[in-house]
Write a protein that binds this ligand. Structure first.
Ligand code: ADP
Ligand code: MG
Ligand code: ZN
Length: 494
């Protein structure tokens, strides 16, 4: 994007509410990648005539958690409406959604970016039901579409932001921040690939300095954060080229083609008036009593933003470390647990080990905290052994790798693998002297001014102990032994 234009982007996010049962019937909510097609369907979610919807209270409760976590005002009365359109994945011919009177409005979210925090306003949060799923196949030269209604009637939460994002980074970080909140309040696992979370950016550009909202496009079919970024970048560049060439942006819905890396026009979207919204006659208005709202608010967990502030204040962590350790609730809980169990280890050391060595192991194996074979107690024990100089950093990484692979007790692993650190100064002094006696040539080189030889000698001593020596002790013993040699040579030359 050239310096003349500014991106203007708002997000529409659909999150499946992972309740036990569907929005208006008691069919189970099943993952689209599991379960046989049409195995979780009843006359209500199959759209049979005369069937009556019954609102799932848990879905409302889940929606309240998200809306409150996003700082929204809850409308005491909200209304379900029929959004009519014809499509083979929509058996009733309409979707039950909220339109004029949504569950919640006017929220806000603080999002970190490399140029400082931004405020993203949340316009509305409303409840609706999901549609079925179509699979297009070709058999014997004929093309068919298969309909699976397992997803039909699954509770969905729609979150709409104001167009407050002005860079690709802001879009990415806002999407992650909303995903993290959904995960924190335990309503959705944030999986884009499985379609549990769908993020659609609305994108326009304007001249820098202008406050105009220009014509925008909406991009669908983004099934990863990577695609969200690529599609946004692509679309911004396309609009700029178009406008620079004297063209105009047409309002339309585009699909992202991940293979080709381009956006493509989709079936033209019906205009809002074509949906013929009207209140759903089979459902009363949804009334959420203030006491219910306050109960849910009181039960909210500590949210990422507050947790991060606490990690900085109470643990003295840098903003970066605090951000990394609180992005996921499970990681933050693991970290809190580790520090509460550790006796010697401090927060900075724990932060380095968790976000460094442990995250590396988890990333390589593509595992999450929930998959670990050990818990905060073991992590604390390992960190305490490091803090007490019972083991050195190299041994610590070995112990961590062992815990990661098999679980167990750090103290027992140190014992079994003979990793205890040799910190005894007398023992290390004699090894240092040995290294000096055995390598007179290198020692002379050092005395002639080649200081890097110290590192080489250090390596010799460490190797002699199988890497178990206390590096600090070896270093200081080596320095004093070499200083003594230098003094002896000066005395000799005199
Ligand atoms: P509709 O109701 O037709 O879907 P809305 O005005 O509700 O349209 O906006 C839908 C989404 O588009 C919101 O996320 C909003 O922030 C975003 N949006 C609105 N206008 C613009 C614009 N000019 N450029 C980028 N995004 C926009
Ligand atoms: Mg919309
Ligand atoms: Zn059903």
């Amino acid at each position: 994007m050239s310096a003349h234009y500014e991106p203007v982007i708002g997000l529409e996010i659909h999150a499946v509410l992972e309740t036990q049962s569907k929005m208006f019937c008691d069919c189970p909510v099943v993952d689209s990648t599991h379960g046989k097609p049409n195995s979780a369907v009843c006359p209500v979610c199959a759209g049979m005539p005369g069937m009556l919807p019954v609102l799932n209270q848990a879905a409302v409760e889940y929606a309240l958690r998200v809306a409150l976590a996003l700082g929204c005002e809850i409308n005491e009365t909200s209304v379900f409406e029929r959004k009519s359109y014809f499509y083979p994945d929509l058996p009733k011919g309409f979707q039950i959604s909220q339109y004029q009177h949504p569950l919640a409005v006017n929220g806000r979210l603080t999002v970190e970016t490399s140029s400082g925090p931004i405020e993203v306003r949340i316009r509305r949060v409303h409840l609706e039901e999901d549609t079925g799923k179509l699979t297009h196949i070709e058999k014997d030269g004929e093309r068919y579409s298969l309909v699976d209604l397992n997803r039909s009637g699954v509770p969905l939460l729609e979150i709409v932001t104001e167009p407050d994002m002005h860079s690709v980074e802001a879009v990415r970080n806002t999407a992650y921040a909303i995903r993290n909140i959904l995960r924190y309040v335990d309503v959705n696992n944030g999986n884009l690939e499985k379609g549990l979370l769908r993020i659609e950016p609305n994108i326009s550009i304007r001249a820098v300095g202008s406050q105009e909202l220009n014509t925008r496009v909406e991009v669908k079919n983004l099934n990863s954060f990577r695609s969200l970024e690529r599609a946004t970048e692509y679309e911004l560049a396309r609009q700029e080229d178009l406008v620079e060439g004297g063209g105009v942006v047409v309002q339309q819905t585009l699909g992202w083609d991940d293979g080709r890396g381009t956006t493509e026009p989709q079936r033209s979207k019906e205009f809002a008036e074509d949906y013929r919204y009207f209140p759903e006659p089979d459902l009363p208005p949804l009334v959420v009593e203030p006491a219910w709202v306050e109960r849910v608010r009181g039960e909210l967990p500590e949210l990422p933003h507050d947790k991060k502030a606490r990690f900085m204040k109470d643990y003295g962590l840098s903003e970066y470390d605090a951000g990394v350790l609180t992005a996921e609730r499970a990681v933050a809980d693991f970290f809190d647990g580790t520090l509460s169990k550790a006796e010697q280890a401090d927060a900075k050391q724990a932060a380095n080990w968790v976000s460094g060595a442990l995250f590396n192991l988890m990333n390589e194996a593509n595992l999450e905290v929930a998959d670990l074979k050990f818990g905060p107690a073991e992590m604390a024990q390992l960190l305490d052994m490091l803090a007490n100089d019972k083991i050195n950093a190299a041994a610590g990484r070995t112990v961590l790798a062992e815990l990661f692979a098999k679980g167990g007790e750090p103290t027992a692993i140190v014992e079994a693998l003979g990793l205890a650190q040799i910190g005894d100064a007398d023992e290390l002094r004699s090894l240092v002297n040995e290294a000096i006696e055995n390598n007179p040539e290198q020692v002379n080189e050092y005395l002639d001014g080649n200081e890097s030889v110290v590192n080489w000698l250090f390596g010799q001593v460490m190797r002699a102990t199988g890497g178990k020596a206390s590096p600090a002790t070896v270093k200081s013993e080596l320095e004093s032994a070499l200083a003594a040699k230098a003094a002896a040579r000066v005395a000799h030359e005199d």
